[in-house]
Design a protein around this ligand. Structure first.
Ligand code: SAM
Length: 203
């Protein structure tokens, strides 16, 4: 039997925020991403995209650290408004109320940051996610962040889990694997259940 998911569209996500069904929200940057960001060179001013950014604590952290080319994309208005409330000076032109899969590829990104976006998608879109990340990055650009490892649920609503072997298949056609291992510094409820990935787009 095949599971048929409802559309996880803008209305669905906006309603989850408004209803407070947002248990993924960590209310601050998580240690794995903070540690990763802390070793980036701000002088290079990389062009960074955070898709499915939600309330975007990562964007706030990077912005306050002096990164000026940080873009956030989300289908739902509520979380982007929450970012603006916390960081009123965040550039408005960098707030993309948009479908990740429709983002233009005219100016490539150096870095895409993943946190609880991949697991929020209908699993049928995972291959398209890997392809779209590759399409948005410059050759040699990086996709870095966290993927849930193991099953979550059961349920017919996000988040959805998966396995390391499954994930490898999606990314291998487009990326070299620099790092792909259990994160050592996850927040407690996620400890041992998330992979830190650092994938380099093939030249
Ligand atoms: C589970 S939440 C995670 C939010 C954020 N990354 C975090 O960790 O708090 C998933 C987010 O992805 C957004 N989203 C889902 N599908 C999307 C799409 N196709 N394009 C852009 N954003 C999307 C939702 O609105 C939601 O904010």
């Amino acid at each position: 039997m095949q599971t048929v998911f409802s559309a996880f569209d803008a209305a669905y996500w906006q309603a989850r925020y408004l209803d407070g069904r947002d248990a993924w929200d960590t209310h601050g940057i998580t240690p794995p991403l903070q540690a990763y960001f802390d070793q980036l060179d701000v002088r290079q001013q990389p062009r960074i995209l955070i898709p499915g950014a939600g309330r975007a604590y990562e964007a706030e952290y990077l912005h306050r650290a002096g990164f000026q080319n940080v873009f956030v994309a989300d289908l739902a208005r509520e979380p982007l408004a929450a970012l603006v409330e916390r960081v009123p000076e965040f550039p408005k032109a960098h707030l993309l109320l948009a479908d990740f899969f429709q983002l233009p590829k005219d100016v490539p990104y150096d870095l895409i940051v993943e946190q609880t976006f991949f697991c929020a998608l209908n699993p049928k879109l995972r291959e398209a996610y890997a392809r779209q990340c590759a399409g948005l990055l410059r050759p040699g650009g990086t996709l870095a962040g966290l993927l849930f490892e193991g099953e979550i649920g059961p349920g017919t609503e996000p988040p959805f889990g998966g396995s390391r072997a499954e994930y490898r298949e999606y990314f291998a056609p487009f990326f070299e694997f620099k790092h792909f291992d259990t994160a050592y510094n996850s927040i407690k409820p996620r400890a041992g259940r998330e992979l830190f990935i650092c994938l380099k787009k093939k030249e």
